[in-house]
Design a protein around this ligand. Structure first.
Ligand code: GLC
Ligand code: CA
Length: 598
């Protein structure tokens, strides 16, 4: 008999679908996605087998960082709609039996938020201390320097900005226009909870995806970061400013409010490679967060000194598998919980990163990754467009000028500055990195219909005879090949496969969602072969075999001991990416198979 003692919860078994408002669906033809557009697609989302939607920031914002720079938590960015449109979206989501999470961005605000304007106005402002202000340092030769050597998260500049008016620096871990709030001040924290959290909890939202959740508490002395990039004065400092001393005190405060509303949470947890540290956030006993997003998997293949400082595909399959193992190991023998995700609005498309996006392989690659995820433990997250197997923007059809994201453009500018705007070799290297890793790939408008204007992004407006503007980002050049309409009724499509995978995952939830993960061949450069076993006691197991190459592969059935079985167990095929089972031990390019081990 299979016995799982791991505690069951609705949100552990849930599938969360992430929506990026600007690029999901445009209802009125202005070329910008909006809330009524999201509402119009709720039936589509529900039909996938989704339980929860998560909406990226839709708050009022000057959009320096696509809404992660919030100027008013209690209003909606007008091109997306109004608070009333949000109320409708919440109601309609609930009407379909789904729940809704919002993005909670409270490490920083926009520099256009009333709080920061007041803070910046004078050293005596009652809100001066709501942000992190420090005097300048001076070099021996009298040159003015920022308080420490931290690099901000975009481009290569300092995390400190000099403010002429009051002659002090303020801290911004992200863009200059995203000043960090001072969480040390209890009054600030109270205002954050009321404005950013309770305003929306009262309107019925069911939880939050919490942005940069481990950055609120900074180390009091703000020490310099070690020098890893000697070519510049500013150093990556995430390992210093993440997971500061008061983090858990702050999260406990927040949790007291969230509990009142029964709200669930998933926190973004960068720079935390240590599993035992991660567990302090997601252990059920610790009552901090329900779930976190670890960065192990999405960081695979990224540059060491800078995300873009790498040639494309600079990793091996064992690197990738080790990263998956990190997130899966979190729950083995603990009361913690994990998440399964491989894409979001900050990541390039997984098919391009981890499989092969050439036309002959991209559908297989997408199915392989869908099968892999369906068989991993934790709460499953899917990012818009992932369900149709969207791939990165092709280099030859989407020039660098089309990239809009601040992360990409500041990096490209930095390379120009370092090497000269006419250095073709360096600029092409930079373009290669951007084409492989940029956030833009996830942010282009969703192609709903390959036959319609702009990939059908504004289809409803077009049908209603309205004037349709070109979308805010150039349409995906492959929109006529990869789009929702052409996949909806195709049983062999990536979309159909994802639907099947989500049902499959539920059917074997005790092993696929809740089971313990064991990598059986961590060093194999071609195959990912893992076992899912009950977390307690005997019972069936599941064996997953995935071919991550463009070649045929063979494999040997693992020994009974490896499979956790006493004698020669029976291997019953229960799922595969390809139709028609091959001989046991054989796999076509990007084929994946799943067996019940009995
Ligand atoms: C998170 C968001 C990202 C944003 C950053 C700053 O990492 O996911 O999109 O740029 O925080 O808020
Ligand atoms: Ca619109």
């Amino acid at each position: 008999m299979t016995v799982n003692t791991r505690e069951k919860q609705w949100w552990k078994q849930a599938v969360v679908y992430q929506i990026y408002p600007a690029s999901f669906c445009d209802s009125n033809g202005d070329g910008i996605g909006d809330l009524p557009g999201i509402t119009s697609k709720l039936d589509y989302i529900a039909s996938l087998g989704v339980d929860v939607i998560w909406i990226c920031p839709m708050y009022d914002s000057p959009q320096v960082d696509m809404g992660y720079d919030i100027s008013n938590y209690e209003d909606v960015y007008r091109p997306y709609g109004t608070v009333q449109d949000m109320e409708t979206l919440i109601k309609e989501t609930h009407a379909r039996g789904m729940r809704i999470m919002l993005d909670l961005v409270i490490n920083h605000t926009s520099d256009q938020h009333a709080w920061f304007k007041e803070s910046r106005s004078s050293k005596d402002s009652p809100k001066r201390d709501w942000y992190i202000w420090r005097p300048a340092k001076y070099s021996p030769s009298g040159e003015r320097l920022p308080p420490n050597n931290w690099r901000c998260n975009f481009g290569g500049g300092s995390a400190w900005e000099w403010d002429e008016l009051t002659q002090e620096y303020y801290l911004h871990l992200f863009a200059t226009e995203q000043p960090d709030l001072n969480w040390e001040n209890p009054e600030t924290r109270k205002a954050i909870y009321a404005s950013a959290m309770e305003f929306w909890l009262k309107r019925g939202v069911d939880g939050f995806r919490i942005d940069t959740v481990n950055m609120y508490s900074k180390p009091p002395t703000l020490p310099d970061a070690p020098i890893v990039d000697p070519g510049t004065p500013y150093q990556p400092a995430g390992m210093i400013y993440c997971n500061g001393p008061r983090m858990h005190e702050f999260l406990s405060e927040m949790n007291a409010i969230l509990t009142k509303y029964g709200a669930i949470t998933v926190g973004e947890l960068p720079c935390t490679p240590d599993t035992s540290r991660v567990l302090q956030y997601v252990s059920a006993k610790a009552k901090q967060l329900n779930m976190v997003f670890q960065f192990d998997v999405v960081d695979v293949g990224m540059g060491k000194t800078h995300k873009f400082a790498t040639p494309p595909r600079n990793f091996t399959l064992p690197d990738f598998k080790a990263a998956v193992d990190m997130t899966q190991a979190l729950i083995r023998g603990t009361d913690g919980w994990s998440t399964v995700f491989i894409e979001n609005h900050d990541q390039a498309r997984s098919v391009s990163r981890f499989t092969d996006d050439r036309p002959e392989f991209r559908v297989r690659g997408a199915k392989l990754l869908a099968l892999m995820q369906a068989c991993l433990s934790g709460t499953q997250y899917i990012y818009q467009g992932q369900e149709i197997g969207l791939v990165n923007l092709p280099k030859d059809a989407y020039p660098i000028e089309n990239y809009k994201d601040i992360d990409s453009t500041l990096f490209y500018d930095m390379v120009k500055e370092r090497y000269g705007a006419d250095n073709k070799v360096e600029l092409d290297k930079a373009f290669d990195a951007v084409q492989y890793l940029a956030r833009d790939h996830a942010r282009v408008p969703i192609p709903w219909n390959g036959q319609a204007k702009y990939g059908g992004f504004s289809e409803a407006a077009e049908k209603a005879g309205k004037k349709v503007e070109e979308p805010w980002m150039k349409t995906h050049p492959l929109a006529s090949e990869i789009n929702v309409a052409s996949q909806l009724n195709d049983p062999d499509s990536v979309l159909a496969f994802w639907r099947k995978m989500l049902r499959f995952r539920q059917a074997y939830a005790h092993l696929l969602v809740y089971g313990d993960f064991k990598d059986l061949r961590p060093d194999d450069k071609n195959l990912f072969m893992y076992l899912k076993e009950p977390d307690h006691g005997a019972g069936d197991r599941v064996l997953v075999v995935l071919n991550f190459t463009t070649e045929d592969q063979t494999w040997n059935v693992p020994s009974p001991a490896e499979l956790g079985a006493s004698e020669n167990p029976e291997l019953i095929p229960i799922m595969a990416t390809h139709s028609g089972m091959r001989k046991l031990g054989q796999l076509e390019p990007f084929e994946g198979q799943v067996y019940l081990v009995r």
